[in-house]
Design a protein around this ligand. Structure first.
Ligand SMILES: [Zn+2]
Length: 225
């Protein structure tokens, strides 16, 4: 990966400077795909769009703020003053919804992110999906809301709905949904989620892509920013 100057943003509330990584070239080789649709690429860093100002704590979509363009000598000083944008924690994602900052059209992304942030606890080897009973109830509430936002006519969304049902241990519902998926590039994931349902496994897991799919994904996945 070849890095470029970081992107700089000024918080619209307090003018603190927030930065995100920027790169001239990166690639998605050796990507890891999970059953909940999350993909992790070791050679292509993920940059948050929804974040929180480190100074005034307001939630911000960076894509809604213009980048600061500065001449070289001023840019260095601004870079030194800046703080890197962080991904929101599970708690902050819930709070961003509760405060009314998230608009309806953005809700699918945020509820999907909440789901993934719970599953990250398993991905990071924590072992426990929930901190306590209240945490579990919030998780369940989020999944129920997320299901309502998914499109029943979109095969990838059907796969995500099935995966949510598997997480909720509704294995038969999940299998029924999965059997309705016919598109070729979802077959690996579909069959492995069905297998997990049959074995009574409800937690997120890594999808093993077959050779054919690996070839399909590798050559074209060259990302530039
Ligand atoms: Zn601020």
């Amino acid at each position: 990966m070849i890095l470029d100057h970081p992107n700089l943003y000024a918080c619209p509330h307090c003018e603190s400077i927030i930065s995100t990584l920027s790169w001239m070239s990166a690639n998605t080789f050796n990507g890891i795909l999970y059953s909940d649709g999350k993909a992790v690429f070791p050679h292509c860093p993920e940059v948050p769009d929804l974040t929180k100002c480190h100074h005034c704590n307001n939630y911000l979509w960076l894509s809604k703020i213009s980048k600061i363009e500065l001449p070289e000598n001023f840019r260095k000083e601004a870079e030194l003053k800046s703080k890197k944008a962080e991904f929101l924690s599970t708690e902050d994602l819930f709070k961003a919804i509760e405060t009314g900052y998230i608009e309806q059209g953005e809700m699918l992304f945020v509820r999907y992110s909440i789901w993934h942030s719970y599953n990250d606890r398993i991905r990071e080897g924590n072992g426990n999906l929930f901190k306590d009973l209240a945490d579990e109830k919030r998780w369940q509430g989020n999944l129920n809301e997320l299901k309502k936002l998914l499109d029943p006519n979109d095969q990838f969304h059907i796969l995500l709905t099935a995966e949510i049902e598997r997480n909720l241990k509704n294995y038969n519902v999940a299998i029924l949904l999965l059997n309705s998926i016919s598109v070729e590039n979802l077959q690996d994931t579909k069959l492995q989620i069905i297998e997990a349902c049959k074995n009574g496994i409800s937690t997120v897991f890594e999808i093993h892509l077959t050779k054919i799919n690996n070839e399909e994904h590798s050559d074209s996945d060259y990302v530039e920013d």
